[in-house]
Structures are given as structure tokens and as C-alpha cells.
Design a protein around this ligand. Structure first.
Ligand code: ZN
Length: 314
């Protein structure tokens, strides 16, 4: 099994709208990179426009890419990627909500600034706020991308606010769990979100019925009792047991890879709502050591997302 570590590499605290853009969290990344290297894993940094445009951030990240110790992919935050004229800066919209022409130009500008400042064209991608759609898949293939990791199986973003007209994000409730080829040829490698409760088989009739339910408290209760849906992400209450259960569910469901995700800003005290102080960041590092140690022990093979896509056989 492969272990794909993905880092949404972006400005500080992007959960607060209307705040200025600062990229201080990148100064905290070397500790994370060293940890990945210590375990022989290769992180993929999905990089936003503001990070690729920041000379200090590039100075930190580029050597890791150049020495084959990390991959630089692309991460589209519509609110920081030019052209910005058509939408209000304050709106954190889903990329899937953008008009065709605006979406295309943003993807081109993002790809070009990464190519210019990192000296290599990105071939892996994640949409901001997981707001992926078929148009992005088509455009990314045209731009030479190999892989995307924006799909969050089981999750419905359509009720989340995006633009003020409230189109909402995509609905991934019934999306496949494992890597699969999209119509454009792009390899989709979804975020790992698995059932870890009494019912773990994702293809069972019960699972399908549960997934199709709309959100709300009955679904939450059924989840707690039977499914225990878990993301391969670190939260304040995460424990070693979570990483073990996710691994076992992945084996049971025949997954060839686990996709872990973190925001670069979660590694800086006060950089995100997930880690408001030093103690919270130390909890994150404690969990990272547990995840990496466990998956190394289980023999998982570290892989950048594009390398995984290059070697993937259907
Ligand atoms: Zn993001």
C-alpha cells in the first residue's frame, strides 16, 4: 500500500475571510519536512498562488522539490488567484462556482506562476475547499496535469456557503473511495475518508443507504452507532486507534493507497482554527509521529501524488 502525504500549502488562517494575506506559516514547514524525511515519506505540497509568488516561501520549498524529497503541486484558492476582478475578494467561493472563462484563466495563472518560480510545471492538483468539478478535470488534463486529489468521498458540500448567490460546493456522497480515471484521463486519488465502526464494508447495501441520506442529526446518530466515518486528518481528539482503524478499513476495502491531508498553517501556532497555540501544534506533531511510525511499521511506501499516478495500473 502507498502512503500519500498531502499538504495544502497556503497563506495563514484562510478560514477568516477579509483578513490580509500573510505567509508566515511556511517558516514552520522545515520541521514537518524533516519528519517526513526521517520516515522516508515524500510529501506533496499543493501550493496556492500567494505561496508560489512569495520568494521566501519558494526559497524554503524549492530545494526539497529539486532534491526529490517532495513534490510541488497546485492548489486553487479562487480568492487569491488572478484574475481577481470578477469576484469580491471577501468571498471564499468554491472553484466549482466560477464562470468558465474565469476558472480557466485562474488555472492557467496558477500553473504558470508555479512553473516560473519552481522551475517545474506542476502535475498534481487540489481544488480549494474541495470544490472540484468536471470542468477542472478537463482543463487540468489540457494543462498537462496527471492527478487530482480533491474528491472527499461521503461528503456533501452543497449546503456550504460559497458565493453570496449560494450555489454551494459539490456533492461527493457516493463518489468512489479508491483511485480512478476521470473522463479527461486525469487520475483521481480521493482523500481517505473511511468507515471504522461496526459496518466497514463500503460497498454493502447498508453503507450505500447510509451515504445517500441527507445530512442532519439522524445521520449523525447512525454514524456514531454503526459507521464512525473518519478522515485521515489530525483533529484535537485524534488518537493512535484512529490511524490503526483507518488502515484496517483500507485493507478490508482493497484500497491501494492512503491519502493523508494537512494544511501548512496547522503547523504554526495560531495559524489555523485547528492549532490555536503551541500546545495544539505539539499535539499535531505527536499524532504525526504516531501515524508515520505506524504506517512505516505496516510497510506503506511513501509516494508523491504524481509518481503514484505515473505508476498506477488500473
Ligand atoms: Zn486551501
Amino acid at each position: 500500500m502507498h502512503f500519500i502525504i498531502t499538504v495544502d500549502t497556503e497563506a495563514d488562517d484562510q478560514w477568516r475571510e477579509n483578513r490580509g494575506i500573510t505567509c508566515r506559516n511556511i517558516e514552520y514547514l522545515p520541521r514537518f519536512q524533516e519528519l517526513c524525511e526521517r520516515y522516508g515519506f515524500i510529501p506533496t505540497y499543493f501550493t496556492t498562488y500567494e505561496i508560489a509568488a512569495d520568494p521566501d516561501a519558494v526559497k524554503t520549498l524549492k530545494p526539497w522539490q529539486d532534491n526529490g524529497r517532495a513534490e510541488i503541486g497546485a492548489h486553487l484558492h479562487p480568492w487569491t488567484t488572478p484574475p481577481l476582478a470578477s469576484e469580491k475578494k471577501s468571498e471564499h467561493c468554491f472553484p466549482s462556482e466560477l464562470a468558465d472563462e474565469v476558472l480557466k484563466n485562474k488555472l492557467i495563472n496558477l500553473t504558470e506562476i508555479i512553473e516560473k518560480n519552481f522551475g517545474r510545471r506542476p502535475t498534481s492538483y487540489r481544488a480549494g475547499r474541495w470544490g472540484f468539478d468536471g470542468r477542472q478535470a478537463g482543463l487540468l488534463s489540457e494543462l498537462g496535469y496527471l492527478a487530482d486529489s480533491s474528491i472527499t468521498p461521503k461528503i456533501n458540500w452543497s449546503k456550504e456557503s460559497g458565493r453570496s448567490e449560494r450555489v454551494g460546493g459539490p456533492d461527493f456522497r457516493l463518489a468512489p473511495l479508491g483511485p480512478h480515471r476521470l473522463a479527461s484521463g486525469l487520475l483521481e486519488v480521493p482523500m481517505t475518508i473511511l468507515f471504522t465502526g461496526l459496518i466497514k464494508k463500503e460497498k454493502s447495501a447498508w453503507s450505500k443507504k447510509f451515504l445517500a441520506l441527507p445530512g442532519g442529526w439522524p445521520k449523525k446518530i447512525i454514524n456514531r452507532l454503526f459507521f464512525r466515518q473518519k478522515w485521515l486528518r489530525i483533529f484535537a481528539n485524534s488518537t493512535l486507534r484512529d490511524w490503526e482503524q483507518i488502515y484496517r478499513s483500507a485493507i478490508l476495502n482493497g484500497l491501494p493507497a492512503l491519502v493523508f491531508m494537512i494544511h501548512s498553517s496547522e503547523l504554526m501556532p495560531g495559524g489555523s482554527p485547528y492549532a490555536r497555540d503551541e500546545k495544539a501544534v505539539e499535539h499535531v506533531y505527536g499524532q504525526l509521529e504516531q501515524i508515520f511510525g505506524l504506517y512505516k511499521k505496516y510497510g506503506l511506501k511513501g509516494s508523491g501524488l504524481s509518481d503514484f499516478a505515473r505508476n498506477y495500473k488500473n
